[in-house]
Design a protein around this ligand. Structure first.
Ligand SMILES: [Cu+2]
Length: 123
């Protein structure tokens, strides 16, 4: 009886922890700069998205396009060297007024792919 109680308390939380981890291991954006849907008086020079978990540098991309669909950001974007939850890219110094779309695509450490997009506007 005593052994069962010990096992129950030791194993219960462990099983729960594993279940929660596997269900939430996909990476989703936590917050970003510029913020989703934001309207900016001055053009940003970078776009950064912080995720809720580590993402794989080789397969994770961040691309900013104009409303007309032409890419304005540099290359494929990159995972920050100092923060493996931060995806970022640089923008040209003179970004014309208008609406832009940020396209992100990441592979989490569990190998699962997530992607999405959000707009911001420079006015
Ligand atoms: Cu996953």
């Amino acid at each position: 009886m005593a052994m069962w109680r010990i096992l129950k308390f030791a194993i219960g939380p462990l099983v729960l922890l594993l279940a929660v981890q596997s269900a939430e291991a996909h990476a989703f954006p936590d917050h970003s700069l510029p913020k989703v849907g934001s309207e900016l008086a001055s053009a940003p020079t970078m776009v950064r998205i912080w995720f809720d978990g580590d993402i794989e540098p080789v397969f994770s991309t961040l691309i900013v396009k104009s409303a007309m669909g032409s890419q304005v950001s540099a290359g494929q974007g990159r995972v920050s060297a100092s923060n493996s939850t931060l995806l970022e890219t640089t923008l040209p110094k003179t970004l014309p007024l208008g609406k832009y779309y940020v396209y992100w695509s990441v592979i989490a450490r569990d190998g699962h792919h997530t992607e999405g997009r959000f707009p911001f506007r420079v006015k």
